[in-house]
Design a protein around this ligand. Sequence first.
Ligand code: ADP
Ligand code: MG
Length: 633
Amino acid sequence: MSKIKKLPIYEARKIAAGEVVERPSNVVKELIENSIDAGASIISIYLEDGGKKLIRVVDNGCGMSEVDAQLCFEHHATSKINCVEDLSNLQTFGFRGEALSAISSVSQVTLITKEQSANQGIKVVLEDGVIKDKCDISVGVGTDFIIENLFYNVPARLKFLKKEETESRQIINLFQAFCLSYQNIHFKLFADGKLMYNCPVVQDLLSRSAQLWDHNLAQNLIPFSEQNEGVVISGATSDHQFTRFNKNQIFFFVNGRWVKNHGLVKALLKGYMNVLPTGKFPAAKVFILISPELIDVNIHPKKEEIQFLNPKKVENLISDIVKKSLENHLSKQIKSDVYFASSSVKLYKDDKPFVAASQTTFDFEQLPFFEPVDQHSMESHPVLFPNLEKESLKASALNEIKTNEAVKKMTSSSDGLQLATERPNLVMPMDEQIEDKNIAKDYEIIGQFKMTYILLGKADGLFLVDQHAAHERILYELFSKRFDEVAKVKLIFPVIVKLTEANLNLVLPYLEILKKNGIDAECFSKDQLVISSTPVHLKDVSLDNLVSQLISWIEEYNTVDKNEFFKLINEKLQAQMACKAAIKAGDKLNTEQMQQLLNDLDKTDNRFSCPHGRPTGWLLDNYEIEKKFKRKT
Ligand code: ADP
Ligand code: MG
């Protein structure tokens, strides 16, 4: 006996509908796309119960004739293509004539529509995909789709719908994407009778972002636009001062269509390398224009995913543009084009008109290890060796001179400036330093606040730099990228680190990582490690702590893949070294040291935040200041 039966057509359609419609947001998407295809300039969306009870999309597009208003629900009914060849020339969203057929087979649908040339509109009511009622109606040109009780006839799917907030969130996300992509359309979103978003036509992305989110976001967005190898990338991304707990504000559009693509998001985040704290995400809107031959057109039933023929190329472009935009943005914040000196504002320090020190060139003689280490020199170089014991400083420094090849070379040089690479906290090689002399004329150092923040007067406001975060970033970049420029010091009294036998065995295989980072450590006994040299910056750092920290990372990450593990430990170690060696909050800095720090920061990659993601600086702009003093409203 035959086991195969042909399903009744309405059952088959319900099953097929699942490809297009899984949840309310899919319905909203199809309806908005149809409205856009119909040339609408105003689109209003109404939801009840996260779209489960009601989805209504009203547009002022071209509308449909009486015949089309019934035909549109047929399977494969479309006005957009005639044959499969048309697919490649398609400019509209829809193309398979499936959406309305699918939606109508799993919900109760009412369509009210009128086209320009008709005297009357038409209202059509469907249930189970079958027309139950139809009548003439007096309405304006456009289309009104009312979708009620989604999946009322497919209990298996109904139970997979999420709670109202989850479904709403997805619709809002989709709504925001359409608003961003179509700034020339007036969109409105009502939920349970309340107007949630009203977004009239705007001229640019930042104004759209201000309508959808808050004005603060628009202020924190950095616009960009670049054309490269036939790919145009434009949009805006948030600066280091703005973060989100999730990726809901990251949008990518390829040739105008919102796409979800993991690779693109990853590339974006890579552009922020180390700028954002762990678990925090930026807001970004990125528009990619690319020749249709270089992408795999959306064959995906819900048309959400996209594949690039050369994904790496596009991803690299994204990472680069984001990184570049962030760097330019902070540079602009630190050095505005307006020279402060020429403005009418005068700065005072100790009751005297104050002019910032010009770029200082530290010379050989000024370094602490060339002077008798007295109170004076400790005060004038707290950046270099904040907590170091005077005697050991002198001893180790002298020892350094005897042992360090680089220093020997420097001492024979007639140009004291060449010591720069040896001077502990200076990042730049000398040629760059000299070029650098006139840097930073466009801000004035006001002074240090709470011995923690450097205050800068700028034409556009008051800029605050966190001295620890800034120095930490400078050192981290130095340790991770330019380690060859860091001097190593042989310790006169090698440090013995006492460990349990188990911990010593745990750490032994990783001594090479320490060595790569300038820390020479060897097994001394069955429970002791001896450290004989460290990078010059680490002289005052507790090596005991550093080793214990290393052990805890080894324990914590030992399940991670081997290569990844080494990379991770290396990064952690460098971040920790930078943190420990950096000047601290509470360290007093003189003007020269502040100036040096700012110059070094300006030359450092990823300078917007410390390696842990805290910002290095931010601007309190003139407007905010004046508002607080009620000079502006
Ligand atoms: P597709 O969009 O793939 O053509 P749909 O099932 O989404 O398929 O829509 C079928 C047809 O119904 C469309 O081709 C279009 O002619 C018509 N249509 C749907 N929505 C609208 C609308 N809002 N305004 C005018 N015509 C519409
Ligand atoms: Mg469609």
